[in-house]
Design a protein around this ligand. Sequence first.
Ligand SMILES: [Zn+2]
Length: 271
Amino acid sequence: MILLQQTEQNSNPQSALLMFALTISFMLLLVLSGKINLGIYLPGVGVPLRRSRKSILKQHFPYYTQLTEAQKRTFEQRVQRFIYQKEFIPRQIPQVTEEMQVLIAACATQLTFGFPPNTLSYFKRILVYPTDYYSTISKRYHKGEVNPKLKIIVLSWRHFVEGYLHNDDGRNLGLHEMAHALRLERRIIQLQHGHKETALQKEWESLAQREIQLIRLGKSQMFREYAGTNAEEFFSVAVENFFERPQLFNEQMPDLYRNLALLLRQDPLTP
Ligand SMILES: [Zn+2]
């Protein structure tokens, strides 16, 4: 009886094909509607961020929780895309956990939220150490670095977390390193396409040089001494302060603050 039914069904290839097509369509519908999340990012397709990742953002990422509902959806898409596109490499730890991946992706998204979604795509790998690590090249301990040649961003997880735990002291390792990466990527793209510095960038460099001199003379308003190292470090320290102490930054150095808000295409004081 059963065998006979099977034989009858199999004898109709058209209905089998129809069933197959219906099943595939149904599965695809579930994936696209977010009922099933494969955790993959398909360009142009709005795959919702899986619930576990969303709850990490809700619990640990104030920048995200302050966004409007529409902005949250965009932010989640950016986080999804970053995780999908980057290779996370554990160093001296067993794995780069989902929490680490989500928060590192969120940090990059925070910095680049005003830019197109493919920003920072030049960098392919994120190396995560448990704490500061010894560099055989510089013969020093590092908390993080960006290497454009190897297309990597390196982070000490302990210092990354500390940056967000104390979120009003103007120190944030994640934002600091992502800012290096953003500045390098901008320059690489400009060089590749033969583009010149924009007026805004030129203005930034001259304002930055003036402030660097003040830091070196010990007359710094609010940036730590390290910002006086060079223009690269100055930019990264400015970004840390921009997100962590925008009010103070704007009061102390309004020209620099305004210029940075235009460069980053967002303003924490008027979100
Ligand atoms: Zn730096």
